[in-house]
Design a protein around this ligand. Structure first.
Ligand SMILES: Nc1ncnc2c1ncn2[C@@H]1O[C@H](COP(=O)(O)OP(=O)(O)O)[C@@H](O)[C@H]1O
Ligand SMILES: [Mg+2]
Length: 363
């Protein structure tokens, strides 16, 4: 059964660590280092444990940043409560670690209800999803992670559930088979995906609210680090938090992870309060790039600089030179490089900016 109860637990093993092929012209790039996995935005298994759950904001007021999303949802919640109805189905999309699961749990708290959490890959058999749907209590929130991975069958069971709160089930076999329509309690589906482009349009069309999560600004990440440090009872000053924030790829999950590593370092070395110097020192030890670039980011930039004088370069070329697929470059790497002003999109291809040249050690 695919129900993962209202308290979040590890849902699935981590996606396989990406195989990184190294091409022959590897001159200026650092070798892939396991330490750089600190910068992977997907959750590691120990990040789905109790301690991590303690860092997750529980209410709107603690959810830092994503102002547009919060505004839209606050209105939706008020309106739904005012009418005594469930909120519209909500689709959240954006890179991993930006707060999609967190927002689903907050919605439940704000609506005064519970949230059942599952992920598309555990809804493979029709009876998984039917069982889950009929078990929903009135007003409950159903969170489906990685919703772009639903099977065709699961999707088709979801359509009438989302539209009319009913589910069609087949009874009997062969000649005597009939379908019966079972009523469901009204519920709100919250879907999350990193790949909104892979969603079928009939599914996408059934969400009343569709919202994208953005990378966080450095000031927002600084607030997140300060908040987490407080919860972890770790002394830190604002500049120390800023240093960690600046290396967190715009991603709260990475900010929290780096904070924990800096905390370990500070504790072992008995350094007391984390300040900028200590944070900088610690993150250098852990091999975290000052702008949070990981091996692939650096590879992308160095390929563009070394082989194409900074561009313009086509996305396919970048993908094949780095051994990543086009979609990963477009969805994971490029958005962050553009966010920090290291890469530009032009009609003729991608270009590296002077800031990136400088960061990579070229004049
Ligand atoms: N807006 C936020 N404010 C504070 N912390 C956040 C925020 N968004 C995410 N986090 C932290 O980052 C972690 C990862 O968020 P999560 O919701 O699991 O990301 P996603 O589901 O998008 O991959 C959470 O455990 C939480 O501690
Ligand atoms: Mg999640």
């Amino acid at each position: 059964m695919a129900i993962i109860s209202s308290k979040q637990q590890p849902i699935e093993p981590d996606p396989k660590p990406k195989q990184r092929r190294e091409s022959k012209d590897d001159r200026k790039t650092p070798k892939a280092s396991p330490k750089l996995d600190l910068l992977q935005p997907t959750a590691t298994s120990d990040e789905t444990d109790k301690l991590e759950e303690g860092l997750r904001p529980q209410r709107f007021a603690d959810y830092i940043g994503q102002k547009d999303l919060k505004t839209v949802l606050e209105i939706a919640i008020k309106a739904a409560k005012g009418r005594g109805e469930t909120m519209d189905h909500l689709l959240l999309y954006g890179p991993p670690g930006l707060g999609k699961t967190t927002m689903a749990l907050i919605l439940a708290a704000e609506m005064g209800t519970t949230c059942k959490i599952t992920a598309a890959p555990s809804l493979e058999r029709p009876r998984d999803i039917v069982g889950l749907l009929v078990s929903l209590k009135p007003g409950e929130i159903l969170f489906i992670d990685e919703i772009h991975r639903l099977t065709r069958m699961a999707e088709e069971l979801l359509y009438p559930a989302m539209e009319d709160f009913r589910v069609e089930i087949a009874i009997g076999k062969g000649q005597s088979a009939r379908t019966r329509s079972l009523p469901l309690s009204p519920f709100t589906l919250v879907g999350a995906t990193t790949r909104v482009g892979s969603l079928t349009s009939p599914l996408r069309d059934r969400f009343g609210l569709i919202h994208r999560l953005h990378f966080y600004e450095p000031e927002e990440l600084t607030e997140i680090v300060l908040r987490s440090a407080d919860l972890l009872k770790t002394p830190i000053d604002r500049e120390g938090a800023e240093e960690i924030a600046g290396r967190s790829r715009g991603t709260p999950r990475i900010a929290n992870r780096l904070l924990k590593r800096v905390r370990d370092y500070t504790q072992v070395k008995n350094l007391g309060k984390i300040d900028r110097k200590i944070a900088d020192e610690a993150l250098e030890v852990f091999n975290v790039d000052p702008r949070g670039l990981d091996w692939t980011d650096r590879k992308v930039l160095s390929v563009m600089i070394d082989n194409f004088k900074g561009g313009p370069v086509g996305i396919e070329t970048i993908a094949s030179a780095t051994g990543e697929d086009v979609q990963t470059i477009e969805e994971v790497y490029e958005p962050y490089l553009m966010q920090i002003g290291f890469m530009l999109r032009t009609p003729r291809g991608r270009m590296v900016t002077p800031a990136a040249w400088q960061h990579m050690g070229y004049k």
